[in-house]
Design a protein around this ligand. Structure first.
Ligand SMILES: Cc1cc2nc3c(=O)[nH]c(=O)nc-3n(C[C@H](O)[C@H](O)[C@H](O)COP(=O)(O)OP(=O)(O)OC[C@H]3O[C@@H](n4cnc5c(N)ncnc54)[C@H](O)[C@@H]3O)c2cc1C
Length: 416
């Protein structure tokens, strides 16, 4: 019988049988960056919206982002800043709600912000400003936010029917905005990926991205001795290169350069690290050889690199090493060593500290204009649960805003 009724009629019938069943135009699972953006957009166009989350407060990741100041977007955002099996997928949504659009909203909301390196924009005061800005339209347009609500089951008949720990709900459209797998202790789960699979959608296997590298054995001990040292490097892996700071930690390597390359790194890969990206080391050593032939190699290299790092890199050059001892070929070998330091991590710190998840719902399954499933009408996936991952620098939030807006607008104009 249910199949012959319209969606609202089903909701009405169910309401009779279960006084807790309530019907909405859309239900969004996940009150994070993308979910909030989508909720405010759809509600702004008169849609009734229920925003569910299993944790106690919306936007927890926003609050801890950017060291508490939220790197909310990037002035130079372009599709090239995103990793996806289909690099073209993100283009439409990014064009329809761009970094400039978000910046205009931030300005209009009176939030003061500043620019750091590489076009990264951060709040002057607190990430809370961005969360409040996203919550404002939700309040103004009557979005119902239900926190501490576990989704127990999702079924699709003429409409979506959800059993939750706080009652049963139905909706014409369902948006999955449950984010990635990183930082489970503040609410990350694989729920969205499992839901996608249960509806027959393909999922690109997830891996931790923007994560520090770990090492084992002698390499770990050697790097540990350098903990706290930071320097600008150029790192390369799988034909991708980043020139940013690298930080030695007690577990291995971190800092922006390492986080960026970790999103491309796969087990077994080596990293090629240029420790002196702005210098021609062979020329530099030749000059020093002419000027100070008696000088120690380590002393000269310590002019441009931290001393402890020089000791580690020169471990194969024990004893006294005066510059005059070195032939041209040896100088070139030394330069190569410093410009192509090869290290093989045994892994990353994983989802415990990763900022993002690479992989997710296969973009082939979704419309790039609306984020709606091609197979399951009315089902949308937005934000990090989708196989679109930004580089470090505000791009992941921009994807959350752009994809959330795309789905919100599609739902706003949907007449189902
Ligand atoms: C420490 C840290 C710092 C970061 N800093 C930045 C930054 O400065 N700039 C930037 O661009 N990106 C940053 N990121 C990445 C950025 O936070 C995410 O890419 C972004 O939040 C993704 O938005 P989302 O809405 O898809 O997911 P989220 O914001 O993670 O929201 C997902 C929501 O879904 C909820 N949820 C999960 N499972 C369920 C379930 N089963 N039932 C109900 N609800 C569920 C979660 O509780 C959460 O509220 C950072 C990430 C981390 C971890």
């Amino acid at each position: 019988m249910i199949k012959q009724l319209s969606c609202n009629a089903v909701a009405a019938v169910l309401h009779v049988h279960n006084s807790r069943m309530q019907h909405y135009d859309t239900i969004i699972i996940g009150a994070g960056a993308a979910g909030l953006m989508c909720a405010g957009t759809a509600a702004g166009y008169g849609k009734s919206v229920l925003l569910l989350d299993h944790v106690d407060k919306p936007g927890k990741k926003i609050l801890i982002s950017g060291g508490g100041r939220c790197n909310f977007t990037n002035r130079f955002c372009s599709p090239a800043n995103f990793i996806s099996a289909n690099p073209h997928f993100c283009k439409s949504a990014l064009a329809r709600f761009s970094a400039d659009d978000f910046i205009a909203w931030v300005k209009q909301s009176g939030i003061s912000y500043h620019e750091r390196s590489h076009g990264q924009l951060f709040c002057d005061d607190s990430a809370r400003d961005i969360l409040d800005m996203l919550l404002q339209p939700c309040r103004d347009f009557g979005v119902r936010i239900a926190t501490q609500t576990e989704v127990l089951s999702v079924q699709k008949k003429e409409c979506f029917m959800l059993k939750t720990s706080r009652g049963n709900f139905s909706s014409d459209t369902l948006v999955v905005a449950t984010g990635g797998l990183s930082i489970p202790k503040i609410g990350a789960t694989g729920f969205g990926l499992k839901l996608a699979e249960s509806f027959g959608l393909n999922v690109i296997p997830p891996v931790a991205g923007l994560a520090p590298f770990t090492f084992t054995g002698r390499e770990k001990d050697a790097l540990k001795a350098l903990a706290g040292i930071s320097l600008d490097v150029r790192v390369t892996c799988r034909n991708h290169t980043f020139t940013e700071a690298m930080l030695f930690t007690h577990r291995g390597l971190s800092g922006p350069a390492m986080l960026q390359i970790s999103s491309y790194w796969r087990p077994g890969d080596a990293l090629l690290i240029d420790l002196l990206p702005d210098r021609d080391t062979a020329v530099f050593l030749h000059q020093k050889q002419q000027q100070r032939p008696q000088a120690q190699l380590a002393t000269v290299l310590s002019e441009c690199l931290p001393k402890r790092l020089v000791q580690l890199v020169l471990k194969n050059y024990p004893g006294e090493n005066r510059l005059r001892q070195f032939s041209e070929k040896q100088i070139q070998e030394l330069a190569n060593l410093l410009h192509s330091w090869r290290l093989k991590p045994n892994g990353t710190e994983g989802y415990r500290t990763a900022e993002v998840t690479v992989g997710g719902v296969d973009t082939d399954e979704l419309s790039s204009k609306t984020m709606q499933s091609k197979q399951v009408p009315g089902l949308y996936f937005i934000g990090e649960v989708v196989d679109v991952t930004g580089h470090l620098g505000g791009f992941n939030f921009q994807w959350a805003w752009s994809s959330g807006y795309a789905a919100g607008m599609a739902i706003a104009t949907c007449t189902a």
